[in-house]
Design a protein around this ligand. Structure first.
Ligand SMILES: Nc1ncnc2c1ncn2[C@@H]1O[C@H](COP(=O)(O)OP(=O)(O)OP(=O)(O)O)[C@@H](O)[C@H]1O
Ligand SMILES: [Mg+2]
Length: 279
C-alpha cells in the first residue's frame, strides 16, 4: 500500500489517504479549487506509483495531473462505502445495516446492508450551505472560524421553538423542538443578533434538515443506526451535538467516525489494493 494514494476530489475539498513510512494511515486535504497543489504533492512523493481516484472532480483532477502513473477510478458511492466499512470495523462498530449520511458540500444519503448499498436520498443542504449562509449573514466564510464561533452561540432569539407557539397550552410535540429555523426573526421586533448566535442558528438549520431526512429514511428502511460522515463534521462539535440530540430523540443511534471526511479517499485506496490482489 506504501506506493499508493487514494484521492477523493470533491466539490469543495480534495482528500488524500495513504500509508506513511511507519505503516500508518495518513490523510491530507487540499481545496478543490487549487488542484495544482495535488500535482505538487505527487511530485514531492515520487514513490507513489498508483493512484485510486474518486469524487465529482476526478476528471478535472486527472486533467491537471497529466500523469503517467496508473489511475484506478472508482465511483464515489462505492469508494465511500468501502471507506465507511473500513472505518466502522477499525472503530469496533459491528453493524450490518445502517443509513449513511454524507454531509459534504451537499448531502447524500445511502442505505447499506451487508455488502449491498443504494442511494436513498439527499438534499442540497450541506457543508456548502453552512459556509454560504454564514458568509452572507455574518461575513464569516472560514470553516474553522464558523465552527469555533458557533460553539458559543445561542439560537433561542432566532429560532422559533414549539413551546414559543403553544404558550399556556399542551403542545402536540416536545416543546423544545424547532418549529421554524430562523422563524423568530420575522415575528419579533427587529434587533441586532451577535454573530455567534447567527452562526449557531445556521448550524442548527443544516443539522436539523439533514437529520430529519436521515431519520425518515432510517424509518423507511428499518435501520437503527445512522452513520454521519463528511468533512462538514470535522471538529464541528456543535453540529455533531445537534445531530446526535435529534437522532437520539427519534430513537435512532448516531455514529460519528474519526476521519469522517476521508471515507471516499480511504475507499479509493483500499480499491487499489483489492484490484492488485485480483489481477
Ligand atoms: N478546511 C476546510 N475548508 C473548507 N471547508 C471545510 C474545511 N474543513 C471542513 N469543511 C467543510 O466541509 C465541507 C465539505 O465537505 P466534504 O469534503 O465532505 O465535501 P466534498 O467531498 O468536497 O463535496 P461533495 O461530496 O458534495 O462533492 C465544506 O462545505 C465545509 O463546510
Ligand atoms: Mg465528497
Amino acid at each position: 500500500m506504501g506506493n499508493s494514494v487514494g484521492i477523493d476530489a470533491g466539490g469543495t475539498l480534495t482528500k488524500l489517504a495513504y500509508i506513511n513510512r511507519d505503516g500508518e494511515l495518513t490523510t491530507k486535504v487540499f481545496p478543490s479549487n487549487e488542484l495544482h497543489l495535488v500535482k505538487e504533492w505527487l511530485e514531492q512523493h515520487p514513490q507513489v506509483e498508483e493512484i485510486g481516484m474518486t469524487g465529482g472532480r476526478a476528471e478535472q483532477l486527472r486533467q491537471v495531473l497529466q500523469t503517467m502513473k496508473s489511475i484506478h477510478y472508482i465511483v464515489e458511492f462505492e469508494a465511500t462505502l468501502k471507506g465507511v466499512r473500513y472505518l466502522l470495523q477499525r472503530e469496533g462498530h459491528a453493524i450490518e445495516s445502517s443509513i449513511i449520511t454524507n454531509i459534504g458540500t451537499g448531502t447524500s444519503i445511502h442505505y447499506m446492508d451487508g455488502d449491498t448499498h443504494m442511494r436513498v436520498g439527499g438534499t442540497g443542504i450541506g457543508g456548502g450551505t453552512l459556509i454560504g449562509l454564514s458568509a452572507l449573514t455574518t461575513g464569516q466564510s472560514e470553516f474553522t472560524h464558523i465552527t469555533q464561533m458557533a460553539e458559543n452561540g445561542d439560537r433561542s432569539q432566532i429560532d422559533l421553538f414549539v413551546k414559543d407557539i403553544f404558550q399556556g397550552m399542551d403542545a402536540p410535540l416536545d416543546g423544545n423542538l424547532t418549529a421554524s429555523n430562523f422563524g423568530k426573526v420575522g415575528i419579533t421586533e427587529q434587533q441586532e443578533h451577535p454573530v455567534e448566535n447567527i452562526l449557531a442558528t445556521v448550524q442548527g438549520l443544516v443539522g436539523e434538515v439533514v437529520t430529519t431526512l436521515s431519520i425518515q429514511l432510517s424509518q423507511q428502511y428499518n435501520a437503527k443506526y445512522i452513520v454521519f460522515i463528511g468533512s462538514t463534521l470535522t471538529n464541528n462539535e456543535i453540529l455533531k451535538r445537534i445531530i446526535a440530540h435529534y437522532t437520539v430523540l427519534k430513537k435512532h443511534t448516531p455514529i460519528f467516525l474519526k476521519d469522517c471526511g476521508f471515507s471516499g479517499a480511504i475507499g479509493a485506496l483500499i480499491n487499489i489494493t483489492e484490484y492488485s490482489k485480483n489481477n
